[in-house]
Design a protein around this ligand. Structure first.
Ligand SMILES: [Ca+2]
Ligand SMILES: [Ca+2]
Ligand SMILES: [Ca+2]
Ligand SMILES: [Ca+2]
Length: 264
C-alpha cells in the first residue's frame, strides 16, 4: 500500500506541478570541444577521425510528469566496439553547469569545471573489443543512478592509453572503490533508429523512481549534463535553462513531500 500511495502522490504532484510549468524539451547543441586533443593538428576540432563513426550532434533533455529523459543523437551506435570503443554513461549535475575556461572549453576536463553529482550507468556498454563495429540500434537495457565519487570516474582512452579528447569523463564504475556503491534508482536505456538523421541513445528515469529516491532535483533544478563514447572523440556537455518560478515552486512542494516521506 505504501508503494501505491507514493506512486499516486508523486504522479499526481508531478502532473499538477510540471504540467503547469509547461515542461518542454531542451535542446543542447554540440558546441563543446572539451579537453585538448593529443594530436596537435586536431586541437580545437569537434571530431577527430571519421565524423561518420563518432559525431555527436545534440542532446535533448525532457522533464515532464512522467519523468526525466535525455536523448543523445550520434553516428556512433551502429559502430560500437570498433577499436574497442564502448558506449559512455551519462553524468548529471543538479546544481547547474560551470565548465572550465572560455568556450569551447578546450581546457575543460574531468579534473576541473563542473562537479558531477550523479552518474546514470548502463548495464551494457557494448562489446569491448570486436574487430568491426557492433550495430546496437534497437538494443535496450536498464540503468542505475549513483552518487559520483570522482575516483570512480573512467576517463577517455583509446587502444590502451592514447587519448583523443584527453581526460574526459566516459564511464562510471560504482565498484571501483573498496566498497561497492548502492544504486539510488533504476531506469532504462534504448537505442532508437532515427531515419534520415543521427540515431538516438535515450536515458529514462520515471518520476516515481526519482521521487522514491529523493531525486526530484532531476525534474526541478537547472542541470548540467555530459556524455561521450569511451575514446572521448566527440563530447557533448551543456546545461538546461534556469528553472522558471513555477518550477521553483514545484521543487519546494515536491521537496517538502519527499522530506516528510523520508521522516515517516
Ligand atoms: Ca564536441
Ligand atoms: Ca559534434
Ligand atoms: Ca554539480
Ligand atoms: Ca570538466
Amino acid at each position: 500500500m505504501k508503494v501505491v500511495r507514493n506512486y499516486l502522490m508523486v504522479a499526481l504532484l508531478s502532473t499538477l506541478i510540471l504540467s503547469s510549468a509547461e515542461a518542454t524539451t531542451v535542446v543542447i547543441q554540440d558546441n563543446y570541444i572539451g579537453a585538448t586533443a593529443n594530436e596537435a593538428a586536431d586541437i580545437g576540432k569537434d571530431v577527430i577521425g571519421a565524423p561518420g563513426r563518432y559525431s555527436v550532434d545534440r542532446m535533448e533533455v525532457t522533464t515532464n510528469a512522467s519523468g526525466f529523459t535525455v536523448s543523445i543523437f550520434s553516428n556512433f551506435y551502429d559502430n560500437v566496439g570498433y577499436l574497442g570503443i564502448q558506449l559512455g554513461d551519462l553524468f548529471v549535475s543538479t546544481n547547474g553547469w560551470n565548465p572550465f575556461g572560455p568556450a569551447p572549453y578546450v581546457n575543460d576536463n574531468k579534473n576541473n569545471g563542473e562537479q558531477w553529482e550523479y552518474a546514470l550507468v548502463l548495464d551494457n556498454h557494448g562489446a569491448s573489443a570486436p574487430v568491426t563495429g557492433q550495430n546496437m540500434i534497437g538494443a535496450s537495457g536498464s540503468l542505475n543512478v549513483y552518487n559520483v565519487i570522482n575516483s570512480n570516474i573512467i576517463s577517455s582512452y583509446l587502444n590502451g592509453g592514447t587519448g583523443y579528447r584527453l581526460d574526459q569523463e566516459t564511464q562510471y564504475n560504482p565498484n571501483a572503490g573498496q566498497s561497492p556503491q548502492a544504486s539510488l534508482a533504476s531506469g532504462t536505456w534504448s537505442i532508437i533508429d532515427a531515419p534520415g538523421e543521427m540515431d538516438e541513445l535515450r536515458f529514462s528515469l520515471s518520476a516515481v523512481a526519482l521521487g522514491n529516491a529523493g531525486l526530484l532535483s532531476f525534474l526541478t533544478n537547472q542541470l548540467g549534463l555530459h556524455w561521450t563514447m569511451t575514446c572521448g572523440n566527440d563530447v557533448i556537455e551543456g546545461q538546461t535553462p534556469e528553472p522558471s518560478t513555477m518550477f521553483l515552486l514545484g521543487a519546494a512542494v515536491l521537496g517538502g513531500i519527499s522530506r516528510r516521506r523520508k521522516a515517516a
